[in-house]
Design a protein. Structure first.
Length: 77
């Protein structure tokens, strides 16, 4: 299992705010995001981070959860 940092992102594109940060042990980025929401997941090219944006959210007003892989051996404590 890997450890992922999962955080909530919201606001207008020019002034995004992040909050509700959690560390989650999960087998994949999608599984880590599934602990917080059931929205569709999009990955970066290297599959080291992903986000799930709320369906129907506007182009300029974002509401999403983001997950990032933590370094090997990171415990999140």
């Amino acid at each position: 299992m890997h450890t992922y940092r999962v955080r909530y992102i919201s606001g207008p594109q020019e002034a995004l705010r992040s909050g509700h940060e959690h560390y989650v042990a999960a087998p994949s980025l999608a599984a880590a995001l599934a602990t917080r929401c059931c929205w569709p997941v999009q990955y970066d090219r290297e599959h080291t981070c992903a986000w799930a944006q709320k369906p129907g959210a506007g182009l300029y007003d974002v509401e999403a959860w983001e997950a990032v892989c933590c370094p090997p051996g990171f415990s999140g404590d």
